[in-house]
Design a protein around this ligand. Sequence first.
Ligand code: GLC
Ligand code: CA
Length: 549
Amino acid sequence: MTHPWWHDAVVYQIYPRSFMDSNNDGMGDLPGIISKLDYLAQLGIDVIWLSPVFKSPMDDNGYDISDYEDIAPEFGTLADMDRLIAAAKVRGIRIILDLVVNHSSDEHPWFVSARQSKESPYRDFYIWRQPQADGSPPSDLHSYFGGSMWEFDEPTGEYYLHQFSKKQPDLNWDNPAVPEAVHAMMNRWLDRGVAGFRMDVIDLIGKDVDRGIFAKGPKLHDRLQAMNQATFGQRDALTVGEAWSADTEEAKRYSNPNGNELSMVFQFEHIVIGWDPEHGKWKPRPFNLVELKQVFAKWQTELHGQGWNSLFWNNHDLPRAVSKYGDPGQYRVRSAKMLAIALHLMQGTPYIYQGEELGMTNVQFDAIDDYQDIETRNLFAERVAAGHDASEMMAAIHENSRDNARTPMHWDDSDYAGFSQSQSWLKVNPNYREINAAQCLADPESVFFCYQQLIKLRKANDVIVHGDFELLLPEHEKVFAYLRVDQANTLLVCTNFSAESVSVQLPESLLHKQGDCLISNLEQRTTLDENLTLAPFEAFVIRWEKTPA
Ligand code: GLC
Ligand code: CA
């Protein structure tokens, strides 16, 4: 079947400051990434999504950009970037950049000029409003990183809007000069050889501030279509929109097969079902597999043929999957493989976040000061000041802080995990002596080789890429099982999300038939009978070829 190249691609996300430090200043960098390209080629990934490497005061670790067309000195130079693009290409790996254009840094020359005077040609690049009569902010909106969304700016006596930190002023997409500047910048990067963009909080660029609309604003899709036409539309790029607000209908608009918006969405419904409706990630809800399966099944069936989804457990904003959904202890390796198998056999483009392929776990720092993430630090201070219990907040941080994903990559068991030879910007997870890439590469049964095999399977089996999806046992509280079906094959994916042995009753049509086992994390099963008992965290995939009629 002919299809866009990214339908069977697997993306690997790199968080540059935590991936590999080449010059031992404790900070990951571009030459460090280049030195690990052979490792990534061995894993078999097709695309690297590089979290931001642009010039930035690093208030939000680079999601606050002060120059979209230069590299942060701590990460390297433009020449390093060119070398990375070229060295990746030699290995068949494409690079996509993080496009952070809902907001810039307050240190971007646009904002520096905008705040100086109301007459600045850049004033209207941002969103300014008069104080209320008593001097208070225009409205009582709350920013994602704590405090008001409005920041008073002395020189001109007005407030500017920032949905994230006050060092991340929102750009004004109602001003045509903003998309114009953004499109030109995107084209220069495409000309430089990048293969596309991951679009940071892209669902927010259609905002209509005075009507209190932020996500899914009225002009959002027009703006994406205009961006597509002005930039990547004719370039065979991969574009993935981060969209916390997307439901399936919305996702079909973003990723419709006509291709006039984006390649795919990156949505979080399977993540936020684990959060409290009011307190969000700071009050985690117990994991509920039945709900999770419903969400996966809904996205699998509703987008089939009508859109394209990303598949992920992890990114730089989320806790480590093995800690969240698996077992970071006794069954760490087995449950990490189970999670990989459960995810990678679905339809969509899989994303692997650095260290996931090693089964890296959450970290638990005792002191709040050991956390570096602006969200974690601000929200701890804000919520404790508001009367929330500090130890409960610490427990929530241990479970859901973004720093769980951001501790440096574990390359080997030497000091600082082989990431650096000096103290890293964020402490390493102390379990690096057992969990690291060197150990994984030396063990054919490691999590790494499970991911390698899953990537190969996707390329060799069109049914994984395009087959129909059917959820089995929807009410089972411990087992996630589904079929993928096309004209030539039926695949059964069967995974136990619990630390107990469980018996399951699969449909009779699947019993007593000889198939082959595509992948498993325990025994190689090739047939099923009435009494199937799954071991703790067991996962397997059986394929039956249809005999032509
Ligand atoms: C996205 C990024 C996150 C960042 C935020 C603001 O959600 O993934 O890391 O803090 O946008 O740019
Ligand atoms: Ca460095």
